[in-house]
Design a protein around this ligand. Structure first.
Ligand code: MN
Length: 145
């Protein structure tokens, strides 16, 4: 039975905070998707390359390598550039926005995260074509200046 239009995808969650990991995993698996987990940057990069997930939910502050660095490396490689990436971030310091934008991520969501907002974004990004995601990136650029 189909739960939603994008059910049955694989979603890699890269997050070092155990509570956030449990929350995101529960929301994603509740939508009918398979969850892959990594708790540091290098492991996230490896899993993304090995598993080619349909979506990555990427924390910024991670042990080993920042989530934005992992995002840049995946977006710079033609083999992984098309995997959509949602960056989850607590915008604190001014200047973070530019770094998020420059990483090449497809979307971002600020912590603390609204549950339905998160689920909607996950589904929307997976439903989008690569062309539509390019448009979303332009929207991010416009929003972040
Ligand atoms: Mn973190």
């Amino acid at each position: 039975m189909e739960i939603s239009g994008t059910a049955g995808k694989s979603v890699l969650i890269v997050e070092d905070n155990a509570l956030n990991m449990r929350l995101f995993s529960a929301l994603v698996s509740g939508q009918g998707h398979r969850v892959l987990q990594a708790t540091d940057g290098p492991r996230g990069l490896d899993l993304a390359r090995q598993e080619s997930p349909d979506l990555i939910v990427m924390d910024v502050q991670l042990p080993g390598m920042s989530g934005l660095e992992v995002t840049r490396m995946l977006k710079d490689n033609p083999e992984t550039a098309d995997i959509p990436i949602i960056v989850t971030t607590a915008f604190g310091l001014r200047g973070d926005e530019k770094e998020v934008r420059d990483s090449g991520c497809d979307a971002f969501i600020a912590k603390p995260i609204g549950l339905s907002e998160f689920v909607d974004l996950v589904e929307d990004v997976m439903r989008c074509s690569a062309r539509e995601r390019q448009h979303m990136r332009r929207v991010i650029e416009a929003r972040l200046g």
